[in-house]
Design a protein around this ligand. Structure first.
Ligand code: CUA
Length: 190
């Protein structure tokens, strides 16, 4: 009588490599799954919970009324001693073209665009905003030393982009307060 049970297949030398390969495939798939879950979660989170503070403004009516009407642009001294700077970017200039701010004072920049996306950057400082039409870009800042700073548009906004720039003049706090006593909105536009 012959033995009908086939003999056990002897372990092939490839078996170990096979198993290792399969294990790594599982690890790779697991990483992929984690990344997909993260992407889906981040997307849903952003869609359901937008930024805590988004301020909108109609770029077509900026000049007709509201916060960004021309007579309200420039630096305003607030009752609490801080300064709010309002400005507009448009193809291809800033209004006001020269922004006046005091040293040693909490300053809030509030800037928007009247047409396309522009950049608002004050060289040598952390002030760096993107001006998107329809939205108010706001940022706190503080200047320690007096002097002049260059303020170029740093988002390509059309053929005149490279000619779009302004200046920020930081003056001594006492001098600023003296000027603020006689004018409601200050700038260094001559
Ligand atoms: Cu405005 Cu570039």
């Amino acid at each position: 009588m012959t033995d009908s049970v086939s003999p056990a297949v002897p372990p092939s030398p490839d078996d170990g490599a096979d198993r290792a390969e399969r294990r790594w495939a599982v690890v790779a798939i697991a990483i992929l799954v984690v990344l997909v879950v993260m992407a889906v979660f981040a997307g849903l989170q952003q869609a359901t919970m937008p930024q805590s503070r988004v301020e909108t403004v109609d770029p077509r009516t900026l000049h007709l009324g509201g916060e960004f009407i021309e007579s309200n642009l420039g630096s305003a001294l607030e009752p609490d001693g801080s300064v709010t700077v309002r400005a507009i970017g448009q193809q291809y200039s800033f209004t006001p073209q020269c922004i006046l701010v005091p040293t040693d004072t909490p300053i809030t920049f509030r800037v928007t665009s009247a047409d396309v996306v522009h950049g608002f950057l004050i060289t040598g400082t952390a002030v760096n905003l993107m001006l998107v039409p329809g939205y108010v870009a706001s940022l706190p800042a503080r200047f320690e030393t007096p002097g002049e700073r260059y303020m170029p548009c740093h988002e390509f906004c059309g053929v005149g982009h490279e000619g779009m720039w302004g200046k920020v003049k930081v003056v001594d706090k006492a001098a600023f307060l003296q000027m603020a006593a006689t004018a409601k909105r200050l700038s260094c536009v001559k």
